[in-house]
Design a protein around this ligand. Structure first.
Ligand code: URA
Length: 287
């Protein structure tokens, strides 16, 4: 294949990806437009006067993904902010409804439902995984097993404690044998998560792995393509990255190179989140 064919295939692939992600326009560098003989675009209107409060670094979302489907109770951005007390009450009420829910078969084999936990007062980050595993199913808490221990390291490396962020899953009940949740199971359970996001109002969301990406963003584009790329859910900046269990798999099979590469990709994604939040990147802890 010629170089040109490769380039054109790459462009087509990229445009198809953008279209699948809901984009309906692309920005073209004015210099490129000028080289085509097109008129230069008008300058954007002046921004707000300087001297106001420092605005956070731009989220630089690459894609505008479709927001919550019509079935969602309230888009996160549209739900009114509640008092801290009302917020806790609303989350407890969602947890009770999720616990009583028998809309899908996952309830039959689970021990506890796992609603998610953490700081409900607009935390800097809400981490969203797939579904509870064995340990989570016993304790009723998200990410407390092996993958959870790795997530804790990720959170601490960012300079937070688990209590300072919110941690939840797409599905609130454990799928048998830790299989991935079925699309219908995710659809039944997603309204709980969407409601939680609307109440918690996190400043950013980190999606952990392909199931979280598929579920919240309603896309078939995989984690490998999306990891490390800003997108949005309602108006909340979203950073997709790999699931901690994916990283642990490299560790358990002794693939040091793969492990290092995956850890670097995840850490780079988390650093983008810190940059958006205007937080310093903590120095790595000595082993
Ligand atoms: N994996 C997840 O996706 N969520 C958990 O809570 C635990 C493991």
């Amino acid at each position: 294949m010629s170089d040109w064919t490769d380039i054109i295939d790459g462009v087509i692939d990229h445009v198809n990806l953008l279209r699948e992600l809901g984009e309906r326009s692309v920005e073209i560098d004015p210099a490129v437009m000028a080289s085509w003989g097109a008129p230069a675009p008008k300058a954007p209107p002046p921004g707000p006067a300087s001297g106001g409060p420092a605005s956070p670094p731009p989220a630089a979302p690459l894609f505008a993904l479709p927001s919550a489907p019509a079935s969602a109770p309230l888009p996160a951005a549209a739900a009114p902010a509640l008092s801290p007390e009302a917020r806790r009450k609303a989350l407890a009420e969602i947890a009770a409804r999720a616990d009583a829910c028998d809309a899908c078969p996952l309830r039959q084999n689970r021990t506890c439902s796992v609603p998610g936990q953490g700081n409900p007062d607009s935390p800097d980050v809400m981490f969203i995984g797939e579904a509870p595993g064995a340990e989570e199913d016993l304790q009723g808490l998200a990410f407390v097993g092996a993958a959870g221990q790795f997530l804790t390291k990720m959170i601490q490396a960012m300079g937070y404690s688990r209590d300072e962020v919110f941690i939840a899953n797409i599905c609130k009940c454990r799928p048998p044998n830790n299989r991935a949740p079925q699309p219908e199971e995710m659809q039944k359970c997603l309204p709980f998560l969407r409601e939680q996001i609307g109440i918690v109002k996190p400043k950013t969301i980190v999606l952990l792995g392909g199931t979280a990406i598929k579920g919240l963003l309603d896309t078939q584009v995989g984690v490998t393509r999306l990891q490390g790329q800003w997108t949005k859910y309602d108006s909340i900046p979203v950073m997709p990255t790999f699931h901690p269990a994916y990283i642990l798999r490299f560790e358990s099979c002794g693939d040091a190179t793969g492990l290092k590469a995956a850890k670097t990709q995840v850490w780079n994604a988390l650093k983008l989140v810190l940059a958006y939040l205007g937080k310093p990147v903590p120095a790595p802890k000595k082993a």
